[in-house]
Design a binder for this molecule. Structure first.
Ligand code: ADP
Ligand code: ASP
Ligand code: MG
Length: 416
């Protein structure tokens, strides 16, 4: 008997009617002769509302208590979904993440999964139950509840699909699949039939929240193929898998935008060993996540170092750097919020030249200034003014023929 793991996101279980629709879908899959494990998110808005309440009663809520609070959102949705399945004549049982055997480290609110022991799920499946699991949560070896970071129900689904050796893993959401760009930003964006793990990893890591990036990382590591598809339509979605040679035929698979970034530049620091280490170890010790880092070529023994962080961390970073500026030899610390990172991603970039030039020309023609650039083998990312980000995404989308997904020969004719 085939085993199908399905995950339903917050919008998909956002109202009682939608929960009943999801229950119907789960039941249909079961009636087709499959064993079903369904992972659910909290109903839409519940996690945000809990966070709002937590900050209303405490300026800095204790992370342990936040986890105890947030985990209940998914638990409620799982219980409601199981009730709905039962009301339709099925036999479902709901479980919390800990009951489902999800063990994590101790990093409250951003815990990593260390082990999955799904014995209880397997026993229930053997007794022909439909199992509904609360996403986004696990427990430490000591039995403390933890959560897996925003979007973490995706990770629960991928980890369970891997541990249960599922035949199919489906991520049901409020769009038809993974698109060339967020369809809410670029209306011409098209659904992709397939995407490589590395491409989706880069897209998710640079702002495309359709999948949690840790979940994609986990899927790649354990070879879990999954399909992102609509919970409202019967249509096939986007399959994420290991790359195949034919995937290189498309130069740019997708575009993503990461908003709310801030840029810091330290001008005139000593160009000598240990300076960069000093800056970034101080920043790292404060748990500030650094994204892009650019160091200029040295002139007369000094250089400029620039980097980006989330804008919420800007004040924190300034407080750390200002007192040590003199020791670094730095002349000024310039900071700017209100910038965004725009990334183009595609494994086809490995084998095609001129992609960056074409992206920069497109932005230049539109009068959009590039403030920083970083590249990987399969990604080019630029920092631009946040107010220009959506216009830039639309222009680049059209420049690279996305939405029509031209093969390489047609897409690169004007490259240098
Ligand atoms: P869920 O609640 O089902 O987990 P999310 O809100 O986390 O859903 O993710 C789905 C959303 O991701 C979509 O509504 C869409 O606006 C956004 N998104 C961003 N980039 C993309 C993309 N490239 N393709 C599809 N959706 C995207
Ligand atoms: N409810 C959590 C969130 O809003 C987890 C999830 O939806 O995947 O981030
Ligand atoms: Mg999500």
């Amino acid at each position: 008997m085939r085993l199908i793991v399905q995950k339903y996101g917050g919008t998909s279980v956002g109202t009682p009617d939608r929960i009943c629709h999801v229950a119907q879908r789960i039941l249909e899959t079961h009636r087709q002769g499959c064993r079903v494990v369904a992972i659910v998110s909290a109903m839409a808005g519940v996690t945000d509302e809990f966070l709002r309440l937590a900050h209303a009663v405490s300026p800095q809520p204790t992370k342990r208590e936040l986890d105890n609070l947030l985990a209940t959102g998914e638990q409620g949705a799982a219980a409601l979904t199981a009730m709905a399945v039962n009301a339709l004549g099925g036999t479902a049982i709901s479980m919390t993440g800990p009951q489902a055997g999800i063990l994590t480290d101790h990093n409250h609110t951003r815990a990593r999964i260390s082990n999955v022991s799904p014995k209880q799920i397997n026993d229930l499946l053997a007794d022909d139950y439909i199992v509904i699991v609360a996403g986004f949560q696990g427990q430490t070896p000591e039995g403390e509840t933890t959560t897996l970071g925003r979007g973490g129900s995706d990770l629960t689904a991928i980890a369970l699909a891997g541990a249960l050796n599922a035949d199919v893993c489906q991520i049901f959401t409020d769009v038809d699949g993974v698109f060339t760009c967020d369809p809410r930003i670029v209306k011409e964006a098209e659904k992709l039939d397939e995407v490589a793990y590395d491409e989706l990893l880069e897209m998710a890591g640079s702002g495309a929240k359709v999948m949690q990036s840790r979940a994609v990382e986990f899927a790649k590591k354990f070879g879990v193929e999954f399909e992102v598809r609509s919970s409202f339509k019967p249509d096939a979605g986007t399959v994420t898998r290991e790359e195949t040679p034919s995937m290189e035929d498309i130069v740019v698979r997708g575009i993503s935008i990461d908003r709310h970034q801030a840029k810091l530049s330290i001008a005139g620091v000593h160009d000598k060993p240990g300076i960069a280490a000093r800056i970034f170890s101080d920043i790292g010790a404060a748990h500030i996540i650094v994204d892009m880092i650019v160091q200029n070529a040295s002139i007369d023994g000094t250089t400029d170092i620039s980097f980006t962080i989330h804008e919420d961390e800007l004040e924190n970073a300034r407080t750390i750097l200002m007192p040590v500026l003199g020791q670094l030899g730095g002349k000024r610390l310039n900071t700017a919020s209100g910038v965004a990172k725009l990334s183009i991603v595609g494994i086809g970039m490995r084998s095609h030249s001129g992609v960056a030039a074409r992206m920069f020309e497109c932005l230049g023609r539109a009068g959009i200034n590039i403030q920083m650039v970083s590249t990987s083998e399969i990604k080019i990312a630029v920092i631009i003014d946040e107010n220009e980000a959506e216009r830039a995404a639309r222009l680049i989308h059209s420049e690279f023929g996305l939405g029509r997904l031209l093969p390489v020969a047609a897409a690169t004719h004007s490259l240098a």
